[in-house]
Write a protein that binds this ligand. Structure first.
Ligand code: GLU
Length: 487
């Protein structure tokens, strides 16, 4: 089987959004497929009608598209093994359940919810390790079954799990795994609404879609013995399994909504770059065996292998994500950043204002090393987009002296003599004025920055003046002198 072209799948149940753990599963499947010249399939597991959420499938596909994890077969694009929505494959599951009924490997169960509840309570009282169905309906005669079905009695179809067996399989990540069949319930395969359960649909589809490797989160490890049993009773070859480690909060509890965002869409909306998010989730349970943390997708494909996936839980460290975002942002070309910045501007308070590309490129150049998010190219330096709306109080207290207005006036006069000044021209004028006044450069540079930007920190002073432009700089100095009152 391994020598075949690998076929892997991401098989989410649409819950309304794409969980970051789901993105990690999708990514590992994608990387494995690309690395091994295989196929990556998207299958939507939407058979739980009680969980149906309007728009969930679209959200999920959009989030995957945003991350650019392009699948080779799946919804929208099709493929030879479709349909790729389980809700469109109900006949297939029923047919397979019937096959097991005929083989005596599955049976009808007519137990009422009340009986099942009472059974569970009784087993809990007896402190049995886990509640299990008691095979009550296994002994119903064929005639009785026919009769009950004819008279419209609701039923489910259950797998007849043979007791006293050891169920074993080798997991690529976790090694050899064993379960006792006595601990495995006679799982429902077809529910009373005629829909298959996850277990049946998942196994039937993985087989029919010729999936070679099942790569999924560790939370499905405990379902795997049930799946293995199904492969065996159908007489099918099992795929290989790889269960990815759990995602943990920094306090090592299971990653939960309560401690932060878990939806990929939230990270996208907060302005994280897809490259950074993918890089980040790639490191959740995998490393290449060295200290490298910064990766582009191409390099991940080249280096990825399932043997290097760890067993132990992977801590979701937001600081690392922030760092990776800044790194990816810095490594982008200015022209790439220009597109992203223009998109941000179109969503910002400055959306109705026009800024020439050349101007924005200068802003990018001066700020790139100082920001972590594209939107910081606006929010951390609004002074590039509008005159200061206020002046940093602490900087006034520290740097705005009674003599400052006169000093800045002199500077403005000197600037006004320049034609098309370069950075160096500003610097020369500045040196000249500070010498004439006989004051240290620091005495004027801080108030100058405050007057022009309203802030006490930012890019190099002369870059700032150059980008903002002579007339605007002079205007801002005049406004600041009028408005800033030393304390
Ligand atoms: N539908 C399951 C989920 O929502 C799929 C688990 C599996 O990959 O087998 O994650």
């Amino acid at each position: 089987m391994i020598s075949e072209t690998p076929r892997v799948r991401f098989a989410p149940s649409p819950t309304g959004y794409l969980h970051v753990g789901g993105l990690r599963t999708a990514l590992f499947n994608y990387l494995f497929a690309k690395k091994n010249s295989g196929k990556f399939i998207l299958r939507i597991e939407d058979t739980d009608r009680s969980r149906y959420v309007e728009g969930a499938v679209e959200n999920l596909i959009n989030a995957l598209k945003w991350a650019e994890l392009q699948f080779d077969e799946g919804p929208d694009i099709g493929g030879s093994f479709g349909p790729y929505f389980q809700s469109q494959r109900l006949d297939i599951y029923r047919k397979h359940a019937d096959e097991l009924l005929q083989k005596g490997k599955a049976y009808y169960c007519f137990c009422s919810p009340e009986r099942l509840k009472a059974l569970k309570e009784e087993q809990e009282k007896q402190k049995l390790p886990q509640a299990k169905y008691d095979k009550h309906c296994l002994s119903i005669s064929p005639e009785e079954i026919e009769n009950k079905i004819k008279t419209g009695q609701p039923f489910v179809i259950r797998l007849n799990v043979e007791p006293d067996q050891i169920i074993q399989f080798d997991d690529i990540v976790r090694g050899h795994v064993e379960f006792e069949s006595n601990n495995v319930d006679d799982q429902v395969l077809i529910k009373s609404d005629g829909y298959p359960t996850y277990h049946l649909a998942n196994v039937v589809d993985d087989h029919l879609m010729k999936i070679t490797h099942v790569i999924r989160g560790e939370e499905w490890l405990s379902s795997t013995p049930k799946h293995v049993l199904l492969y065996d009773v159908f007489g099918w070859e099992r795929p290989l399994f790889a269960h990815l480690p759990l995602l943990l909060n920094p306090d090592r509890s299971k990653l939960s909504k309560r401690q932060g965002d878990v939806a990929v869409e939230d990270y996208r909306d907060k302005g994280f770059l897809k490259e950074a998010l993918l890089n980040f989730v790639a490191l959740l349970g995998w490393n290449a065996g060295d200290d490298q943390e910064f990766y582009y997708l191409d390099e991940l494909i080249e280096k990825f292998s399932l043997d290097r996936v760890n067993k132990s839980g992977a801590v979701f460290d937001l600081q690392k994500l922030n760092w990776l975002n800044a790194e990816h942002l810095r490594k982008k070309s200015n022209s790439e950043l220009l597109l992203l910045l223009k998109d941000e501007i179109s969503k910002s308070q400055f959306k109705d204002r026009y800024f020439p590309d050349e101007y924005l490129l200068r802003v990018i150049e001066s700020m790139k090393e100082r920001v972590s998010f594209v939107r910081d190219l606006i929010n951390n330096c609004k002074y590039f987009y509008e005159p200061p709306q206020e002046y940093e109080q602490k900087a006034i207290e520290k740097n705005w002296k009674p003599e400052t207005p006169d000093q800045l006036k002199k500077l403005a006069e000197e600037f006004s003599k320049l034609t098309n000044p370069t950075k160096e021209d500003y610097e020369n004028s500045f040196i000249k004025v500070s010498e004439e006044l006989g004051v240290g450069k620091g005495k004027i540079i801080h108030p100058l920055r405050l007057a022009v930007s309203g802030q006490s920190t930012g890019p190099g002073m002369f870059d700032l003046l150059f980008i903002i432009g002579k007339n605007e700089v002079i205007k801002r100095i005049v406004t600041a002198i009028e408005n800033i009152k030393p304390l």
